[in-house]
Design a protein around this ligand. Structure first.
Ligand code: NAD
Length: 257
C-alpha cells in the first residue's frame, strides 16, 4: 500500500520539492497552495509519474473549515493520512511598531495555527493505526531571532512548542512529530523579502543576500530545496522512528553561533 502524504503550501518552493520527493518515492500526495490553476494541474499530473496518485486542494490555511475539508478529502480518497507535512508559510518584514496587524494575524494563522488544525484532523486515524509521521517545516527562526521578523519568529518558535508537546502526547502511538529548521533557501518567499529587507535596513539588495541572509550561514551558501526534501523523507522513514519531539537544522552552521 502506498503511503499518503499531505503537504500544505506545496504549489511552490520547499513544499513542492517535498511533494515531488514523496511522489517519486511512490506515495499518494495531496498538494495545496495558491497559484495559477493550469500550472497547478501540470504540477499535479507530474507528481503521478512516480506511480502514486496526486490530488490538489485549494484550502486557505487561514480558514479552519477549508483545512478540515482538505484533510477529510485526503483521508476519504486515500484511506488515511500517514504523513503530514506542515509547510505553508508567509513572511513580512517590518519593525514591531510599524508591523501591520493584519500581517501579524495572517502569519500566526498560516505559519502556526494551520498546523494545529491539520494535526487535529490527522491524529485520530494515526493513533488508531499506531503509526504516523508529522513533519513541521519550521526555520532557523524557530531557534534564534532576527530583527524585523517579529511575527515570523514568534510563529516559528511556536511551532517548535507544538512539535514538542504533540510528540510527547503521541510517543506511545508510533507517531513521531519533528521540525525541520532550514536556514535561507532561495525560494519565492525569500526572493520577495529581499526588497523589503533592503528598505528596512537602508542597504542594497545584493547586500541583503551577502550581509544579512548569508552573514550567519557559515557555509556562505543557500540551502537547497532538495536538501530539505531529503530530510523530510528521512524523518518519514522507519529508520527515524526514535527521533521525535526535536528538530533537524539544515542551516549551513547558522545556529552553531
Ligand atoms: P514559497 O512562498 O515558495 O511557498 C509557500 C507556499 O505556501 C506556496 O505554495 C503558497 O501558495 C502557500 N501558501 C501561502 N499562503 C497560503 C495560505 N493562506 N493557504 C495555503 N497555502 C498558502 O515559500 P517557501 O520558501 O518554500 O516556504 C515554505 C516553508 O518553509 C514556510 O513555512 C517557510 O517559513 C519555511 N522556510 C523557508 C525558508 C526559506 O529560506 N525559503 C527557510 C526556513 C523556513
Amino acid at each position: 500500500m502506498p503511503k499518503t502524504v499531505v503537504v500544505t503550501g506545496s504549489t511552490s518552493g520547499i513544499g513542492l520539492g517535498i511533494a515531488r520527493a514523496f511522489a517519486a518515492d511512490g506515495a499518494n500526495v495531496m498538494i495545496n497552495g495558491f497559484g495559477d490553476r493550469s500550472q497547478i494541474e501540470e504540477i499535479r499530473k507530474g507528481l503521478e509519474s512516480g506511480g502514486g496518485r496526486a490530488l490538489y486542494h485549494s484550502a486557505d490555511m487561514t480558514k479552519p473549515d477549508e483545512i478540515a475539508d482538505m484533510m477529510a478529502e485526503a483521508a476519504a480518497e486515500f484511506g488515511m493520512v500517514d504523513i503530514l507535512v506542515n509547510n505553508a508559510g508567509i513572511q513580512h518584514v517590518a519593525p514591531v511598531e510599524d508591523f501591520p496587524t493584519d500581517k501579524w494575524d495572517a502569519i500566526i494563522a498560516i505559519n502556526l495555527t494551520s498546523s494545529f488544525h491539520t494535526m487535529k484532523a490527522a491524529i485520530p486515524a494515526m493513533k488508531a493505526k499506531k503509526s504516523g509521521r508529522i513533519i513541521n517545516i519550521a526555520s532557523a527562526h524557530a531557534l534564534v531571532a532576527s530583527p524585523y521578523k517579529a511575527a515570523y519568529v514568534a510563529a516559528k518558535h511556536g511551532i517548535m512548542g507544538l512539535t514538542k508537546s504533540a510528540a510527547l502526547e503521541l510517543a506511545e502511538f508510533g507517531i513521531t512529530v519533528n521540525a525541520i529548521c532550514p536556514g535561507y533557501v532561495l525560494t519565492p518567499l525569500v526572493e520577495k523579502q529581499i526588497p523589503d529587507t533592503a528598505k528596512a535596513r537602508g542597504i542594497s539588495e545584493a547586500e541583503v543576500k551577502s550581509d544579512v541572509m548569508l552573514r550567519l550561514q557559515a557555509t556562505k551558501e543557500f540551502v537547497s530545496i532538495d536538501e530539505v526534501a531529503a530530510t523530510a523523507l528521512f524523518l518519514a522513514s522507519d529508520a527515524a522512528r526514535q527521533i521525535t519531539g526535536t528538530h533537524i537544522s539544515i542551516d549551513g552552521g547558522w545556529t552553531a553561533q
